[in-house]
Design a protein around this ligand. Sequence first.
Ligand code: SAM
Length: 214
Amino acid sequence: MKASFWFDKWQSREIAFHEGKVNQLLEKHVNELKLRPHAHIFVPLCGKTKDIAWLLKQGLHVTGAELSKTAIDELFDELEMTPKIEKIDKFEVYKSRHLTVFVGDFFELTTSHIQAVDAVYDRAAFIAMPRTMLQDYSCKLIELANNAPQLLIGYTYDQNLVAGPPFSVSQTKLVHYYGQEYKINQLEIIDSEDNIKGVAPAQEGCWLLYSSVD
Ligand SMILES: C[S@@+](CC[C@H](N)C(=O)[O-])C[C@H]1O[C@@H](n2cnc3c(N)ncnc32)[C@H](O)[C@@H]1O
């Protein structure tokens, strides 16, 4: 998807992907990441997810990346935080206490921007990418994560019923894109409350990706 696709979604408020509450699979399985207090978790394509407030409440340090400035202005408003905003390379970087968000293109990020991370939380980021972008997305995330484990949450459904995004995720697809770097363990799969675009019944899956060099 081009950046303009996502800017249009935010501008026209077509943000059905935004949950408005903490993701239940995150709450249930975050311990699988075995994070120490104050660990640093990276949230790619973060939108204004309520999961960030929850991760901060767990005592974690959170770094997000998001194209839409609207999303991040709303995120900080909803958190009742006033960020300091500075320009770093192609990003506007919002910072307040233990939260930093890079507003700009995820693909322009480097490890010198986000620093070392202890874990990655991908909810609806992998599944936001069409097949033509998945190789670049997974390679960039592997580079940024540097072997840190990932908790990945996304929908599985019949892709013939509707066009993505979201694009359906499966164990096979994850093995294809991450199998060289990570062992991939499906932790749970549950029936989703909502049909995709009101049409396709879906399941929501949660996977742990952990380094195969450990
Ligand atoms: C499906 S939404 C998921 C948002 C969030 N993870 C959540 O669970 O609510 C995908 C988000 O990725 C953002 N996005 C898409 N491509 C991006 C890119 N190249 N760099 C940064 N953000 C991007 C979009 O603006 C959108 O907010």
